[in-house]
Structures are given as C-alpha cells and as structure tokens.
Design a protein around this ligand. Structure first.
Ligand code: ZN
Length: 311
C-alpha cells in the first residue's frame, strides 16, 4: 500500500479494511470517498449560554452513548470503592466525601441499560445507567473487485500483534490519575480529518467503526503527551505503524499511531505536554496524520470528551 495517494482528500488509516475473514487489502486508488457524508451526523452540543459550573467543566465530559462516558456517583466512603463493569475494573476518582466511577461505554454497546457493580465495604450493589442511541456519521467505500489477500506472513504477523496488543490493552495500574479533572490536550494541533465513531461500510458491508480521532499534520510534527503517564508499549505494527501507548492510571490509556519517530521506551514517564514522538505515515495509511485513541476500561471512547474545548 503506497503511503501517499494524492487522489484521497483526507489522509486516514486504513485499518478498517482489515478483515481477518476475507483478508482484504483495498486497492487504495479504487477508494471512493463521499466527502459530504464525512462530518454530517456528529454535531457538537450547542455552546453553553452561561459560564459552566466547575463540575461541568471537569473532563471527561459525560455523554451516555456508545463510545461515550458516564460519571456515576458512588457516594461517600472512607476508602476508595472498587467498581467493575462485568469483569472490567473501573476508574474511580474522588475523595471520602464523594467517589465517582468514570466508565467508558464500548462503541459496540447497545442502547438500553448499562450496569456497574460496586464492592464497597458492606454489600455489593449495582448501579444501572441508561445508554442513549447515537448515530455516528457513515462513510461508504467502494473497492474494486481485484482485492488482494493478506499474505500468510502478514496474516501471521497481524495475529501475533493482536495477541500482544490484547495484553497491552488489559493494563490496569495503580495509582489512579492524581487529579479528578482528566482534561487532555490534543497531542498535535491540526484539522480533524477523521472523526471518532465514523461507521465504515465497505462494498456495502459494515466494518469496525473508527475507534479514534485522526488529526491531519505533516510528517515530523511533534506529538505531545495529552496527560501525564507512563509508556507501556512501543512498536511498529502492521496496520497502526509506529505506535506508542501511554498508561495514565486505572485503565485510562492513550495510543498514538502512524508515527515517523518516537524517543521513548516502555517504563519511561512523560509529563503532560512533553514531546515524545513525531507524526508520520507508517502502517496502513494514505498520508501523514496522527491517529489518537483513548481507552477507558478497555473501551475505546471519543477523545474529544477529554478536550477542554470539546472540539
Ligand atoms: Zn484513525
């Protein structure tokens, strides 16, 4: 797959083309992109008419939809309560006056009721919460019938990487983030070239939705840590290219992909705003950009919910 295809108006990663079942790699020149549909459906909320209260300004912003986040009050307790969603431990922030579970909702979640379990001292209790429907923008792609199967070597490589990344994504470390406000800065400035949640329909068949935010930026643009954290993985992966994962504590992870360079290794600590990598076009991409993902309790959630300006 060539890295630069001038006929595509928006550089983006092509990981959605991954189909283990079909092993398809698109002929990128055959992609057709209906640009008008790219940004249509995901309209931001209207600006507040008055200055937000301190609690409203805390990030992440709550948005109870698939790919969103809920903040659930656990009440007062002398010790930090343990909370889980299914088997997944959850991020719990606060103090003995008021604890809050900050829960990522998977993009694959069905609208309806979600549920967490709190095992505070005393009796475990369930806390239900509603999940609203959200219709993310859709992108329809057509690929010429001459698709190529992944080679056996690439398939084997991808399967190894999948297994490795599953262990990375299972990271749940202590302590939790030091602040109850998890506002992040975007790792690079630039036009948002691929929105989170974009539903991709490939020759009429639905594929995995876009699980991060694409930001257009030239190769070499410095990539900054969105929040203080610790490097837990670096590598050069088949689809994601050069990648760095940061652990911010208690299951809050961020990932940047398609890098041209990084100067960190697992175990390194970064402060918010530290430059640790550079934008590139490695992996399966059509041009230089940064793919940025935010993961909470192993759910990929919308990075925009963590940005102070919300954009
Ligand atoms: Zn992307």
């Amino acid at each position: 797959m060539p890295a630069d295809l001038p006929d595509l108006p928006y550089p983006r990663d092509l990981s959605f083309l991954l189909q283990r079942r079909y092993g398809l790699l698109a002929t990128a020149a055959a992609l057709t992109v209906p640009t008008a549909s790219l940004f249509a459906a995901d309209t931001p909320p209207p600006p507040p008419s008055s200055p937000p209260s301190p609690s409203e300004s805390v990030r992440p912003r709550a948005l109870a939809v698939p790919g969103g986040i809920v903040r659930l009050s656990l009440g007062p307790a002398a010790m930090r309560p343990m909370a889980r969603q299914g088997d997944m431990p959850l991020l719990v922030l606060g103090d003995p006056i008021e604890w809050t579970a900050v829960v990522g909702i998977p993009l694959s979640a069905e609208p309806g009721m979600g549920r967490i379990t709190v095992s505070a001292p005393g009796t475990p209790r369930d806390i239900p919460y509603p999940i609203q429907a959200k219709r993310y923008a859709e992108q329809r792609l057509k690929v010429a019938p001459g698709q190529v199967d992944l080679s056996p070597e690439d398939e084997a490589r991808y399967n190894r990487e999948r297994a490795h990344l599953a262990t990375v994504m299972a990271t749940f470390s202590e302590p939790p983030p030091p602040s109850h406000d998890l506002a992040m800065r975007a790792p690079v400035e630039g036009r948002r070239s691929g929105p989170f949640g974009l539903r991709r329909v490939f020759n009429g068949q639905s594929r995995n939705p876009h699980s991060g935010m694409d930001i257009a930026a030239p190769t070499g643009t410095p990539v900054r840590a969105p929040l203080a954290g610790r490097v837990i993985d670096t590598g050069d992966y088949f689809f994601n290219g050069q990648t760095v994962w940061l652990d911010h504590g208690s299951g809050l992870l961020t990932m940047v992909c398609h890098l041209s360079a990084s100067d960190v290794k697992p175990g390194d600590s970064v402060s918010a705003g530290d430059v640790f990598a550079a934008v590139g076009a490695t992996g399966r991409v059509t041009g230089p950009h940064l793919h940025w993902s935010v993961m909470l309790n192993r759910a990929m959630v919308d990075p925009a919910l963590f940005l102070r300006d919300g954009s």
